[in-house]
Design a protein around this ligand. Structure first.
Ligand SMILES: [Zn+2]
Length: 292
């Protein structure tokens, strides 16, 4: 078992210019699929839950299942809480065994975002072995509790990023650069690669201090994904794509087996469909074979 903090994993990825897939799961079947696929590809991987599934499954259960699965593989794995706006729930998940916590204060003003993010950073660092992700600017779309219209999306200011990083104590940074949660409304979303590169330079020169996170990873072209990595993204979040795979593979199986009533076979079908997709992402992000 190699449970690590996300920062440890991502500094290496930043230096070697690949990204680690961070996959949002809502079920145990999906978690099994993510960890099995990553182990088969010899890739480091981040399992993440947003707040609603963490509460539905109970964070204690998520951590216990994660640890049991992590024990069965030798790749580095990390359990991340995604987009949490509640300082107390961040602390609770850190206490229970999540190894990376995202406090999302992007809806707050700059000073309040720093203050609340700092509280989470200090708490997690005092426990030890837990790293913290912060966000500045607004990633548009829908992510669990956070809903923002695309027009309201504010991109992240590179100067403010450095100040935010230094004052909030974060280990990973998710800048808003034009990517969106959910399904893109346009075929060619405008993504500010230059801004991403500038933020990367500001935070990570001369050495990698604060790896960058790409939110809204579903639905971008393969060239866009590669440019995001080239310009400094090293944690690549995939959520919507896995929701579609879960629902579509369930529907497909049920449609073809209306009288079967064997949930084990359905689970297996969903797991295989999910694994296939995770392997696609791992290969695209360049993280296959990156476990030494
Ligand atoms: Zn996100």
């Amino acid at each position: 078992m190699t449970i690590v903090s996300a920062k440890e994993m991502l500094v290496k990825a930043s230096q070697e210019k690949y990204a680690v897939g961070a996959f949002n799961i809502t079920s145990v079947v999906q978690m099994v699929a993510v960890i099995e696929a990553a182990a088969e590809r010899n890739a480091p991987v981040i399992v993440q839950t947003s707040v609603t599934p963490a509460k539905f499954l109970k964070p204690e259960v998520v951590v216990a299942v994660f640890r049991a699965l992590a024990e069965s593989v030798s790749i580095p794995v990390c359990l991340h809480l995604d987009h949490c706006t509640d300082v107390d729930f961040c602390k609770k998940c850190a206490d229970l065994g999540y190894t990376n916590i995202m406090f999302d204060g992007s809806h707050l003003d700059f000073e309040e975002n720093i203050k609340q993010t700092r509280e989470v950073s200090d708490y997690c660092h005092a426990i030890g072995g837990i790293t913290v992700e912060g966000e500045l600017g607004t990633v548009s779309g829908v992510e669990d509790q956070i809903k923002v219209a695309a027009d309201d999306a504010q991109l992240c200011d590179p100067e403010k990023s450095l100040e935010f990083m230094e004052r909030s104590g974060i280990d990973l940074f998710g800048p808003a650069i034009g990517t969106a949660h959910g399904i893109y409304q346009t075929e060619n979303p405008v993504i500010d690669f230059v801004r991403l590169g500038e933020i990367y330079q500001k935070l990570n020169t001369p050495e990698v201090r604060t790896p960058l996170v790409i939110h809204g990873g579903t639905g971008l072209s393969e060239n866009t994904v590669k440019s995001l990595i080239e310009n400094g993204g090293s944690k690549y979040n995939v959520s919507t794509n896995l929701k579609y795979i879960l629902m579509d593979s369930t529907f497909d199986y049920m449609s073809g087996h209306l009288k079967e009533y064997d949930p084990g076979k359905l689970d297996k079908h969903v797991k295989m469909a999910t694994k296939e997709r995770i392997e696609y992402w791992i290969d695209l992000l360049g993280s296959a074979g990156k476990v030494i």
